[in-house]
Design a protein around this ligand. Structure first.
Ligand code: URA
Length: 242
């Protein structure tokens, strides 16, 4: 659906400040629209994919945001972190003014694919266990991975303090020499991969999420994303899944 809005409202919705602050930026000739100076806060534009520049920030406007981040270790997914900085600190100031949340969480010592959105319905859809959205992890284990432990994981393990057996979608050794396991889960229980691997007598030294639903760090568009970097997924159809 097309959304035509005044420039001051567009700036506000993209997190550049209050209506008053955005008006100030526009009147003071600090805003370009499609590379042309616009000093009229009431000029109207279609917001989706509008190209703006505010001071030195180049920005493509979106009605809703879906971000794909390559999370580094030593960052917490919480908005109120306790030991490490929040992943929100990796976002530009204007995005931090919009109500962006992580879609599920990764532990501080887990790296890899993290999705973030300001769309509550999408967040709920992707994290709800009933939708069984696959998450692919690569776990580097401390010791050699035995075939017996693979079989146990395939059968399903009852983790402490859980009512139901953790059923995994698949598990395989992808690098025997370096003890690396690929494990695919359909849910996001607390510390699930680490607890599963501990339950079969091993220990995770390093954990990286490679994929979540249709998104993978191995896809061409994301494979060069360095840890700590993110991309805004343009024109994602927010209604598609819901
Ligand atoms: N399982 C874990 O143990 N940790 C994560 O961060 C994600 C899945």
């Amino acid at each position: 659906m097309k959304k035509i809005l005044s420039l001051e409202k567009i700036l506000q919705q993209q997190g550049f400040g209050t209506r008053k602050e955005c008006k100030y930026l526009i009147y003071h000739q600090r805003v370009l629209v499609n590379n042309i100076l616009c000093d009229n806060p009431y000029a109207e534009f279609e917001m989706q994919n509008l190209q703006i520049k505010v001071d030195d920030i180049d920005w493509i406007c979106q009605q809703n945001f879906l971000l794909l981040m390559n999370k580094p270790i030593n960052y917490e997914c919480s908005q109120k972190p306790t030991h490490y900085p929040s992943v929100m600190e990796l976002l530009p100031q204007n995005l931090r003014q919009i109500n962006i949340q992580t879609i599920g969480r990764l532990d501080a010592n887990t790296s890899g694919l993290l999705l973030l959105t300001d769309n509550g319905k999408l967040n709920h859809f992707l994290t709800s266990p009933k939708h069984k959205i696959p998450r692919i992890y690569h776990a580097t284990c401390d010791r050699k991975i035995s075939q017996e432990s693979i079989k146990l994981l395939q059968k399903g393990v009852l983790l402490r303090n859980e009512k139901n057996i953790s059923k995994i979608q698949s598990v395989q050794i992808i690098n025997a020499e370096n003890n690396i396991l690929e494990i695919v889960l359909n849910e996001g229980k607390y510390h699930e991969v680490r607890r599963l691997i501990a339950a079969v007598g091993n220990h995770v030294n390093e954990l990286k999420r490679i994929a979540f639903g249709e998104f993978s760090l191995l896809q061409n568009e994301y494979k060069n994303l360095n840890e700590g970097e993110f991309v805004i997924i343009k024109d994602f159809d927010f209604e598609k899944l819901l």
